[in-house]
Write a protein that binds this ligand. Structure first.
Ligand SMILES: Cc1ncc(COP(=O)(O)O)c(C=O)c1O
Length: 309
């Protein structure tokens, strides 16, 4: 799905290592590891009524990705939370906001790959945008199965939530060429991994089925859906899902912070009801969860004045 430019984002203030600047004056160093090597980790967060949904889980995933890459000088959670608050306040944001929080290995003293030439600690970047869920959650999305595959951890551990997103970008190019909204990636054994940026669930005879995370990251939304299944008494299976099983699904949906719960209308030549009854049930339960104050960290002063959007 092609995201549209939103004029509300034309004058955004972004956060570069604690400096709040206009988006056109961001000034990331060409010596930064994110630019040099794509050596950075990131989280996509969503703000609901002044609270970031499951922020602690996102920060834990960020920290574990940074630890897997042996980053030194990682900013503390307190620093990141306080910088997120400053950024949201500077943009007077409250709801319908997606935030990209990136931490890189930092600035190198000379161009190169070796982490030993990084001696200044990590860099961080915060980009908060006015961005409601990006997919068409009413009519659903169309997918193809990409030729591009996802590797296992012995090639590149997908639990490192890295800015190196090349398998996803190559799959997305295939999807764009086919005129669909996104692509499904299989792992190198031919089992379901995920789409370019979301996890995929099938519904079969009243049960939810999703892949393991052996070739995709853990997902905050995926975890929430699996928890909701327990609460709602919906049986759920996490297992290897062969490609052939996908087209036999009664319903299909994808999950992610960017788009929440999105029904799939089509995969290759198979079509699915949109939204199917189970997808609608899970989507409604997830919406309720995001409204639950216990699920979010307060980021915005509730009394702060806000411009109308
Ligand atoms: C590759 C990939 N898969 C799936 C997801 C969805 O994860 P979450 O539900 O935590 O947003 C993301 C989000 O960042 C992602 O980058």
């Amino acid at each position: 799905m092609l995201q549209r430019q939103n004029p509300a984002n034309d004058s955004l203030i972004v956060n570069i290592n604690g400096r709040l600047v206009h988006r056109d004056e961001a000034g990331v160093s060409p010596f930064d590891s994110s630019v040099q090597n794509g050596d950075a980790v990131w989280e996509g967060l969503r703000l609901y009524q002044g609270r970031i949904f499951r922020l602690e889980d996102h920060l834990a995933r960020l920290r574990s990705s940074a630890a897997a890459l042996a980053y030194e000088g990682m900013p503390s959670d307190e620093t990141l939370v306080s910088e997120l608050r400053r950024t949201l306040a500077a943009n007077q944001m409250h709801d319908g906001v997606h935030i990209r929080l990136t931490v890189s290995r930092g600035v190198k003293y000379t161009s190169g790959l070796d982490p030993r030439i990084n001696q200044r600690g990590c860099s961080f970047f915060i980009l908060a945008e006015h961005k409601p869920p990006v997919f068409d959650n009413v009519h659903g999305i169309r997918l193809i199965t990409a030729k591009q595959r996802r590797p296992f951890a012995d090639v590149l551990d997908q639990h490192i939530h890295s800015c190196n997103q090349l398998t996803s970008i190559l799959a997305k190019l295939e999807s764009n060429a086919a005129g669909t909204d996104d692509a499904v990636l299989l792992d190198t054994a031919g089992m379901l991994a995920e789409t370019s940026s979301t996890h995929l669930f099938l519904v079969r005879s009243g049960r939810l089925v999703t892949s393991t995370t052996r070739a995709c990251p853990e997902g905050i939304t995926r975890a929430a859906v699996l928890e909701l299944c327990e609460v709602l008494g919906v049986p759920a299976e996490v297992r290897d899902v062969p490609a052939a099983e996908l087209v036999e699904a009664d319903e299909m949906f994808v999950t992610g912070t960017m788009g929440e719960i999105t029904p799939v209308a089509r995969l290759d030549s198979a079509s699915f009801p949109v939204p199917g009854p189970m997808t609608a049930r899970i989507a409604a339960a997830f919406r309720d969860l995001t409204c639950d104050p216990a699920q979010g960290t307060v980021m915005v002063d509730p009394l702060a004045s806000r411009p109308p959007r």
